[in-house]
Design a binder for this molecule. Structure first.
Ligand SMILES: *Cc1c(COP(=O)(O)O)cnc(C)c1O
Length: 424
């Protein structure tokens, strides 16, 4: 008899070890398994409490189980789940109206993730260029160390070769340029370029803010060459930067903007936003996805946008940002052997590790997790903080206290290791 059939699958005990038995090993999740959360408070299987400064990688920007979202989704769950694209629905019509009223865009296309939003943007840019200028205009320019998702097209456009190794042959006519380098951009954006895609702040690549003059130079060069400028705001969007979208504080308007992550606060949804003139090139049948813009996801996203896109909410994000930056600046000053200079935009913050600590950002986040604070990394050398935008001053101060304790712990562990006699 198969032991697995002895008890109902839904109630059988599961642990972190189960992951290693039944999941494809694409991830290496933490040792603890979260079971419940509200706001920034989270509890694991053992009942241990954590302060969540990851927000599921900049996703749960309104915190876990936000009452407004729970209420909106519960009502929609009892009303209408899914239709397919042969029918539209009221939530998606309201959501598209809200997003187009709040941004430069006239039109929205909905999908289920950031990668799909970028896939749609890149396909649309190629289609636009082919129709308007001819098939020679197909090149896509992207930045080194950028991240745009994991489909074959978006991973090829992303600027991190380790993610494409072994998946060849890759889509063609894609070039990568150094981020924040205006001369390199001007040289690379030639007449055969269909689109330039850029994160206004690189998230996965190490939390590196794009300079406003750089992004403005991309805009100018795209206008000169007829290339479309695509802003990937999958991580920076929906209030995280301190404005609804980061472009709004950079003096640059893109032709296409992609958004996902926080848009659904954990309910999967992505969107590509663009103008009437560009959207016209995605005619009936040219692109689509079964779940895109379904009533459940659209309902959640509408509540998210309504809640975040108010002057008071965004003002509070800026206040929280300066308090957190203040804490981290002082932390860096007090522990120069561990940390470099803090950087970021809004509540997407990177604290690089010092040279002597190179490659060991994870050692620090593990120590913090042991002390009850969940943090992210962005590559091996950068500690990343992306708390929910509803974070309180008390929570910011508590995170500071735990990070200081974690710093002491990491230093003490290094001293102990150095003092231990070498093993022959
Ligand atoms: C997370 C991310 C993506 C991919 O989003 P998925 O929902 O994981 O497909 C794309 N671009 C940026 C900037 C991201 O941070």
């Amino acid at each position: 008899m198969n032991a697995k059939l002895d008890s109902a699958v839904t109630t059988r005990p599961v642990t972190r070890a189960t992951f290693d038995e039944v999941l494809v090993p694409t991830y290496a999740p933490a040792a603890m398994v979260p079971v419940r959360a509200a706001g920034l408070d989270l509890w694991d299987q053992a009942g241990k409490h954590y302060l969540d400064f990851t927000a599921g990688i900049a996703v749960t920007s309104l915190g876990h189980a936000h009452p407004l979202l729970v209420d909106a989704l519960t009502r929609q769950i009892n009303t209408l789940w899914h239709l397919g694209n042969g029918y539209t629905n009221e939530p998606v019509l309201r959501l598209a109206t809200a997003l187009t009223e709040a941004t430069f865009a006239d039109r929205a296309f909905f999908c289920n993730s950031g990668a799909e939003a970028n896939e749609a943007a890149l396909k649309l840019a190629r289609k636009y260029a082919h129709t308007k200028f001819g098939p020679h205009k197909s090149r896509i320019i992207s930045c080194l160390s950028s991240f745009h998702g994991r489909t074959l097209f978006t991973v090829s456009v992303g600027g991190q070769p380790k993610y494409t190794e072994g998946f060849e042959p890759l889509p063609q006519e894609i070039n990568h340029i150094p981020y924040n380098d205006i001369d390199a951009a001007i040289a690379a954006i030639t007449d055969d370029v269909a689109a330039v895609i850029v994160e206004p702040i690189q998230g996965e690549g190490g939390v590196i803010p794009g300079r406003a003059d750089y992004l403005q130079a991309l805009r100018k060069r795209c206008d000169e060459t007829g290339a479309l400028l695509v802003f990937d705001e999958v991580q920076s969007g929906v209030g995280r930067s301190g404005t609804l979208y980061a472009y709004m504080q950079l003096g640059v308007t893109p032709d296409i903007l992609t958004t996902a992550k926080a848009l659904g606060n954990g309910y999967p949804i992505g969107a590509m936003l663009t103008t009437d003139a560009i959207a016209a090139h995605f005619g009936v049948g040219s692109h689509g996805t079964t779940y895109g813009g379904n009533p459940l996801a659209a309902t959640v996203a509408l509540s998210v946008i309504e809640t975040i896109n108010t002057p008071a909410f965004l003002e509070r994000v800026k206040q929280a940002t300066s308090r957190l930056m203040g804490h981290l600046g002082k932390l860096g000053d007090d522990y120069p052997q561990l940390f470099g200079k803090v950087r970021g935009m809004g509540l997407l913050i990177g604290l690089p590790v010092a040279a002597a600590f190179k490659g060991r950002a994870k050692d620090f986040t593990k120590a913090a997790e042991g002390l009850g604070l969940m943090l992210l990394i962005a590559g091996p050398d950068v500690i990343r903080l992306a708390p929910a935008l509803i974070v309180t001053d008390a929570q910011l101060d508590e995170a500071d206290r735990i990070m200081r304790a974690a710093a002491e712990q990491v230093i003490a562990a290094d001293h102990a290791a150095a003092a231990a006699p070498a093993v022959a």
